[in-house]
Design a protein around this ligand. Structure first.
Ligand SMILES: Nc1nc2c(ncn2[C@@H]2O[C@H](COP(=O)(O)OP(=O)(O)OP(=O)(O)O)[C@@H](O)[C@H]2O)c(=O)[nH]1
Ligand SMILES: [Mg+2]
Length: 425
């Protein structure tokens, strides 16, 4: 079998209408995936809905409501094969009503293009998305200065945007020297595949070249084994078979493991008897693999979704309390001490109580120690107490086990990362 190219997931994010879907659609057109005939049809449909100019966006925005309103509502995915990678492009919505979908996209991304229309500049969701990328652990960002046609492809306008966007990137903790800025016109198709002759002052890569400049995402096989259990089956003659994705590390037949927290909260020790992936028996599986495992010493009643299979030599931590950095995205009122929403951490869902608001940074960048409450747009350092047993790790120890979304009444109210843990003994 031919060796496959490495896979990378790249999200397009940024404020509503700044041209994410259009840029992706045009990129697909120029790289031959969207035929002229199809484009003509999309153009006719855009005209019909009074949305002239949305034909490229329509390639990504397929729902009726998306097309009528001319906004992206949910994530859509597109494959692109570059010289180096098999890329999965994730088109995220920019509208503030759909931030929760953007968060899901960010949680799947290895890298992101922050798309900013050069005339409008930094807008509320430009900033919010930068923070969310950071919170969800997206380390590699490139900025697309889009709609360069609206400023006659002038270098001054590009430089002004660069200065403004740099401020928010820096606030969120990105290293500016690691963030490339690329001037493009998604609609006119400038600098997407071919270098644009309209911007001779620009010496950097085109959009498609930038995909290959992103670093290859690491398969975290060096970290200890962590497999959050998605479900557990009972198979006659075999016994309990937990299934799930190995987040980090390597799993081998014969390996000694412990499942945390387990029914009792004290952990259930066992041994890997067999590993199965796509109905095939393996002697070893690793980070990224979705597997079913049969365990010696473990019954179906001992484990459930939300438990984590860990290497017994370096098990995960259960938190008595933890300190996290969170971004408040969409809460109907304010978050104060005592609030106890449900936290979604790997496959676990556990209520956690806010026991201390340590510091907040409001959207204008002002920091307040010990605030009384948090509201939408705030980034905060908080102390939390799980009500029940929760396996979570500090992002410095295992970033794949540190991220979470906070949900309440069917909506994502905030997202965050665990920074520090007080371990449960
Ligand atoms: N002049 C000009 N218009 C553009 C460009 N890129 C996008 N547009 C227009 O901007 C509008 C919004 O484009 P979309 O691609 O839907 O923007 P989006 O960022 O995907 O929007 P959401 O997904 O709803 O956040 C459309 O009218 C596009 O034609 C560009 O490079 N130049
Ligand atoms: Mg869109």
């Amino acid at each position: 079998m031919a060796k496959q190219k490495p896979v990378i997931n790249v999200a397009f994010v940024g404020h509503v209408d700044h041209g994410k879907s259009t840029t992706i659609g045009h990129l697909m057109f120029q790289s031959g995936r969207l035929p002229q005939q199809e484009l003509d049809k999309l153009k006719a449909e855009a005209v019909k809905h009074g949305k002239v100019g949305f034909e490229f966006a329509y390639y990504m925005d397929k729902f009726k409501e998306e097309r009528e309103r001319g906004v992206t509502i949910d994530l859509s995915y597109e494959k692109l094969v570059t010289n180096k990678y098999e890329v999965t492009i994730i088109d995220a919505p920019g509208h503030r009503d759909f931030v929760k979908n953007m968060i899901t996209g960010a949680s799947q991304a290895d890298a992101a293009f922050l798309t900013v229309a050069v005339k409008e500049g930094v807008q509320p969701q430009t900033k919010e998305h930068v923070w969310l990328l950071r919170t969800m652990g997206v380390k590699q960002i490139a900025v697309l200065a889009n709609k360069m046609d609206t400023v006659d492809y002038k270098e001054d306008a590009f430089n002004k945007l660069k200065t403004d966007v740099s401020v928010i990137l820096k606030q969120a903790g990105y290293k500016l020297e690691e963030v490339p800025f690329i001037p493009i016109s998604g609609f006119k198709g400038e600098n997407l595949v071919k270098k644009s002759d309209k911007m001779p002052w620009y010496k950097g890569p085109s959009l498609i070249e930038q995909f290959d400049l992103f670093k290859q995402p690491e398969k975290p096989t060096n970290l200890p084994l962590r497999m959050p259990i998605q479900d557990c089956y009972e198979i006659t003659g075999i016994g309990a078979v937990p299934v799930g994705k190995i987040e980090t590390g390597v799993m081998k037949v014969g390996q000694k493991i412990i499942i945390l927290p387990g029914r009792t909260g004290k952990g259930v020790p066992g041994e890997i008897r067999s590993i199965e992936m796509h109905h095939e028996q393996l002697t070893q599986a690793e980070a990224g693999d979705n597997v079913g495992v049969n365990l010696r010493g473990v019954g179906k009643k001992d484990v459930a979704r939300g438990d984590v299979i860990c290497d017994i030599a370096s098990p995960a931590t259960m938190a008595e309390e933890f300190v996290a950095q969170i971004a408040v995205i969409s809460h109907p009122t304010v978050i104060a001490k005592g609030y106890t929403p449900v936290f979604h951490v790997h496959t676990a869902q556990v209520p956690c109580q806010f026991i201390e608001l340590i510091e907040k940074t409001s959207p204008d960048g002002v920091k307040t120690p010990n605030p009384d409450f948090l509201k939408n747009g705030d980034i905060a350092k908080v102390r939390l107490k799980p009500i029940g047993n929760l396996v979570i790790e500090a992002s410095s120890k295992n970033p794949h086990m540190a991220g979470f979304a906070i949900r309440d009444a069917g909506a994502t109210v905030a997202a965050g990362m665990c920074m520090e843990i007080k371990e449960k003994k």
